[in-house]
Write a new protein. Structure first.
Length: 274
């Protein structure tokens, strides 16, 4: 009994966990072993938080499946919202002028753009890239033929979806155009995301930890993508999945096995048994 009590005191009180490439498998589902490991971590008193680039409404099913009771970090940190209470802890929107310019560019050049406004996803057409996104995330979307009438609004996020080569090229184009006026990143090879420059997953995790009264040293962040790097850097223990790029792995404190191997569960099981 004495040994069990000593092992029960973990040095961490908050864990932020990415979805795609981390918690979820290739079928975009939570493997049973990962689910058990996250629930075991929560049972040991650690606040377990989903931290995703997806819109809030596209993450809540995983929250319910894991039986969590904590806010969700969504939109790459642009929103922190508690699904049970509906309380919004944080919401940083894209400036309306910059959003309008991106919309105009995509309309003129024929690029697909997801436009997230008030946790609702609008698209101009339901073409090949819209269908690609639905297969990846299951997010509902509304087709309105032209996004330009939304000018003047400030969306939570936008995503331009195209081939990896095209999004690589456009990443440089938009970074030159907007500089520090927008936070622009690639979260998937095909996704080029635009957000408020004052937010990312690291900013959101810091805000959440402060509100919960949890020290930075008591936090864990686990992920695999470029958008996970800010929270991996910020957390007391930053964990990159083996399937992350070499650049991301190089900046992490620990490396977990690949998501194809239930790597999240393997890492958490080892942490719980330490």
């Amino acid at each position: 009994m004495t040994e069990r009590r000593e092992r029960g005191a973990l040095p961490y009180r908050l864990a932020a966990i990415d979805l795609d490439g981390t918690l979820l498998n290739r079928e975009h589902r939570i493997p049973p072993r990962n689910a058990r490991a996250v629930q075991a971590l929560a049972a040991r008193g650690v606040v377990c938080v989903i931290a995703s680039g997806r819109m809030h409404e596209a993450t809540t099913r995983f929250y319910h499946e894991l039986q969590l009771d904590a806010p969700i970090i969504s939109y790459n940190g642009a929103m922190v919202k508690h699904p049970r209470t509906g309380e919004v802890w944080h919401h940083a929107r894209v400036p309306a002028d910059a959003a309008a310019e991106v919309v105009q560019f995509c309309a003129e050049q024929g690029f697909h753009l997801n436009y997230y406004l008030d946790d609702h996803l609008y698209v101009a057409q339901r073409g090949v890239w819209a269908e690609f996104y639905v297969r990846q995330t299951g997010s509902p979307m509304e087709v309105i033929e032209d996004l330009r009438p939304l000018r003047g609004s400030a969306p939570t996020k936008m995503i331009l979806i195209d081939t990896p080569e095209t999004t690589d090229r456009l990443l440089e184009h938009f970074r030159r155009r907007f500089g520090s006026a927008l936070y622009i990143t690639k979260t998937n090879p095909e996704y080029l995301e635009f957000m408020n420059p004052a937010t990312d997953k690291g900013v959101a995790l810091a805000l959440l930890a402060e509100r919960l009264g949890i020290a930075r040293e008591e936090t864990i962040a686990i992920g695999d993508g470029n958008n996970d790097l800010p929270m991996i850097r910020w957390a007391g223990l930053g964990v990159a999945m083996q399937n992350a790029s070499e650049a991301i792995r190089a900046q992490a404190d620990r490396i977990a096995p690949s998501f194809d191997e239930d790597g999240l569960a393997l890492f958490l099981e080892a942490l719980l048994d330490a």
